[in-house]
Design a protein around this ligand. Structure first.
Ligand code: ARG
Length: 296
């Protein structure tokens, strides 16, 4: 009996020990789990912090980048605002609601090259320089001739095209060249070089200037003026639509077209010249001109 009791008691002691052990073990396990939980918590907290920091850092980098993007650039708002007068084919004219032509395409290519958004503002040709001076626009692209007088008010980019002042007359006209314009009524577009030359050479009283070149051509068609002095490419396109008109062979003057730019931002002038040089180099400039001016 004793033995049995002994055995039993040994067994129960053993069981008790086992139980205790398992409880302890369980406790340990719980602690362990807690610890691992804590660790993962801490770890993930750290990770969240890290990602937050990373996000912040990359946000900072982003803003730094965009700040850099405009900081290093001439136009801080990222928009290139250019004035034009879209009544001057093939340089700028309306196709439906859209302003198309050599100038808007060159302007777009320049803006793209420089990473700017382009906004074209249509206005009277004679108002473009004043709008640049008042800061309404950053510049103007309008088949605009570089002149000493305009250089007092604006910067000019390098020239991207050559223009010629031409004379348009009716088919039956006796006017054969500039010399025959003496004492005749001459139509021009107000504020253009052609307008200025006509006044200088033939007297203000003999010059009638119109808001649009096309209006001067209408006046020529109806006999109100005897000739129109205007840039050769618009002259050709106006005449193409009028059988009884012709462009005289004699070139009145030869001039350089350039983009006018605000005098208050020399960095913009540098950027635009850099863009024009790149477009010239790549052949893009010529491609745009060839698209609108077909070789004869
Ligand atoms: N080349 C001439 C000038 O600068 C005429 C330009 C007219 N341009 C125009 N978009 N209407 O005076």
């Amino acid at each position: 009996m004793k033995k049995i009791i002994n055995k039993k008691s040994i067994l129960s002691v053993l069981l008790a020990v086992l139980l205790m052990l398992s409880v302890v073990a369980c406790g340990d396990k719980k602690d362990e789990t807690k610890e691992t939980e804590k660790e993962t918590e801490q770890e993930s907290e750290a990770k969240v912090e890290e990602t937050e920091k990373e996000a912040e850092a990359s946000e900072e980098a982003d803003t730094e980048e965009s700040a850099d993007a405009s900081a290093g650039k001439a136009l801080e708002d990222g928009v290139l605002d250019l004035g034009t007068n879209a009544a001057f084919p093939p340089y700028e004219f309306y196709e439906g609601e859209e302003i198309v032509g050599i100038d808007p395409e060159i302007a777009q290519a320049v803006a793209d090259y420089l990473g700017y958004e382009l906004k074209i503002h249509d206005m009277e040709f004679a108002n473009i320089i004043a709008s640049i001076e008042s800061g309404k626009v950053d510049g103007g692209i309008a088949g605009m001739t570089v002149t000493e007088e305009r250089l007092e008010s604006v910067n000019f980019s390098d020239s991207y095209a050559t223009g010629i002042q031409s004379i348009i007359v009716t088919q039956d006209s006796d006017i054969e060249g500039p010399d025959d314009l003496e004492g005749k009524k001459i139509g021009t577009q107000f504020g253009t070089t052609g307008d200025q030359y006509a006044q200088d050479d033939f007297g203000e009283e003999n010059v009638q200037s119109f808001d649009k070149g096309a209006d001067a051509v209408v006046a020529l068609n109806s006999g109100k003026v005897d000739a129109v002095i205007i840039d050769n490419e618009p002259a050709k396109s106006f005449v193409a639509a009028n059988d009884n008109l012709k462009v005289l062979e004699t070139d009145y003057t030869i001039e350089d077209y350039a983009i006018a730019l605000t005098k208050t931002n020399d960095a913009l002038l540098e950027e635009v010249n850099e863009a024009l040089a790149a477009l010239e180099e790549s052949g893009k400039l010529q491609e745009i001109i060839d698209k609108y001016i077909k070789a004869e």
